[in-house]
Design a protein around this ligand. Structure first.
Ligand code: PHE
Length: 517
């Protein structure tokens, strides 16, 4: 492993907590030690403090922690008795030798060498250790000591040795003779076994380098500058722990605006930055403001019940400006004295008073202009519109439009193109293209497209309001206008194939969707 440069090592050192410092200082001269040892050497009150510091130090690659699981053997009740009285087979062997090397089995109990409960165990081990042979003589089992039995009469067998070692202390199984320990473990209540975990700390090369770089126990470190530290002047005696921005922390996902709301607010902000003023109006409007005032003829297909939501309640919204209504009627019928022939049909006030859900934000624009026929002005509206669309991947019956107008004596098409280009550049779309199009209320009319992901994306319309629209309101200067769909833009920016995703309240998507560039 190559060590980081000294500045980095110093930086690691400075960010160490007091616990990590003590741990490294205690461990460095040893290279490796048990956590209990470090607890004592490092002056830790509790083992958990060592473990805490160790896990931080481990996270920084300063130490490694190894864990080993092992058994510890301790003497149990029966073992303690055997220690005093001898193992049953040992007592049996002694008894047989005292009888000249052979005796009938029942004699062991009868003469008190073994208890009745021990008989079975004693004979079993006598056989297993090869100390005696068993033979049947006239329906009686006779035991006879073997050569091995004689040879081991005075020696201790491995199990006996282990039992002695356990007399005063518990000992890890690994430190005991395996055969002896296993023999004892196979008996009942002779030894007790407990599992232990051994935790050892090993210092890494990086840990060594940090320890060798001038590590000291340091001033007491504090993580937070408190009022008390400041007012008592104690801050002089402590060291403020620098933030460890690399420390692990769970990712918190808090509340945040809906992506569509983010885009709405972003486009509003861009309009404001470009000097526009925000307007909006009611969703419920009369056909007069949604259509008639915009020189949309009363037999225009967009007025059809198929395309527009007409309301039952209110069914009708009166046109309260009679003078304007008369002008609009005249313009529709014959041009109203303007250089226009109008549409040449009989205008109906009743149709104009039908209540509907606005089909475009241009209804808000025109009503604003009727009330504020000034020049110059720049206003915008980012708001909701409604159309009777069948819902599919590309269409929704409710959607947002981004709409703007510029009114000023010098307003021109190149100004329109420049304004749109700047607006969309700020929204993340580098190029804008205008194609000829048609709307009843603009001349010329242009369709607006933006460049995104190597494709032209169609956004909606734009143009210069016709005199049939502006003159009845008393506006003489040109009015540049445009109105675009917002969800289309959101779809490409969020990489969506289906517009409905924007309205699903799909928390998973909302959390994990990419941030806007
Ligand atoms: N109102 C038009 C629509 O809804 C867009 C538009 C607005 C066109 C302003 C020209 C001028 O599609």
């Amino acid at each position: 492993m190559t060590l980081p440069p000294p500045e980095k090592i110093q930086e690691i050192r400075e960010k160490l907590s007091p616990g990590e410092r003590r741990l490294l200082l205690a461990l460095a001269p040893l290279d490796e030690a048990s956590v209990e040892h470090i607890q004592v050497k490092g002056g830790f009150d509790q083992l958990v403090e060592v473990m805490n510091s160790a896990s931080w130090a481990k996270g920084k690659g300063l130490v490694r922690l190894s864990e080993r699981l092992f058994d510890v053997l301790a003497i149990d009740d029966e073992g303690r008795r055997y220690l005093k009285e001898g193992l049953p087979e040992r007592r049996a062997l002694k008894f047989l030798l005292s009888k000249g090397g052979a005796a009938p089995a029942p004699l062991l109990v009868k003469e008190g060498a073994l208890t009745i409960e021990e008989q079975q165990i004693g004979l079993g081990w006598l056989k297993r250790k090869g100390w005696a042979t068993f033979s049947k003589v006239a329906a009686e089992t006779v035991l006879e000591v073997t050569d091995k039995g004689r040879a081991e009469a005075e020696a201790l067998t491995p199990d006996e040795e282990v039992l002695r070692k356990l007399e005063h202390k518990a000992i890890p199984a690994d430190d005991l003779d395996k055969v002896g320990a296993d023999w004892l473990r196979s008996r009942k209540s002779v030894v007790r076994i407990t599992d232990h975990i051994e935790r050892r700390l090993v210092i890494t090369e990086l840990g060594k380098a940090v320890a060798a770089s001038g590590l000291d126990a340091g001033k007491p470190t504090v993580g937070q500058l408190t009022h008390e530290l400041l007012s008592t002047g104690k801050w002089r005696e402590v060291q403020l722990r620098p933030y460890d921005i690399d420390a692990f922390a769970p990712t918190l996902v808090g509340g945040r605006p809906h992506p569509l709301r983010e885009m709405i607010d972003e486009s509003r902000r861009i309009f404001l930055e470009m000097g526009f003023t925000e307007i909006d109006d009611d969703f419920v409007q009369s056909a007069f403001w949604n259509m008639d005032a915009l020189f949309i003829p009363q037999d225009h297909p967009a007025r059809d019940i198929q395309d527009t939501f007409y309301l039952e309640n209110p069914k009708k919204i009166p046109v309260d400006d009679d003078a304007l209504a008369a002008k609009v009627a005249a313009v529709h019928e014959n041009g109203g004295g303007l250089p226009s022939t109008g549409w040449g049909y009989k205008w109906s006030r009743e149709l104009a008073e039908q209540a509907l859900l606005r089909t475009h934000t241009t209804a808000a624009t025109i009503r604003h202009l009727a009330k504020n026929p000034h020049s110059p002005q720049k206003v915008f509206c980012v708001s909701r519109c409604f159309r009777r669309e069948a819902v599919d991947a590309m269409h929704l019956p409710e959607f947002f439009q981004i709409e703007g107008i510029v009114v000023e004596p010098e307003a021109s098409l190149s100004m329109l193109k420049g304004t749109l280009t700047e607006f969309y550049r700020r929204l993340g779309f580098p190029k804008v293209r205008l194609n000829p199009s048609y709307f009843p209320y603009t001349e010329p009319s242009m369709e607006v497209q933006v460049w995104y992901n190597d494709k032209w994306l169609e956004l909606g319309g734009s143009g210069v309001f016709r005199p049939e629209v502006t003159l009845p309101l008393g506006i003489k200067d040109p009015v540049l206008a445009w109105g675009h769909g917002l969800e289309r833009l959101a779809m490409v920016r969020f990489g969506l194939k289906d517009i409905r995703q924007l309205y699903l309240s799909d928390i998973d998507w909302l959390r994990h969707r990419p941030l806007l560039p």
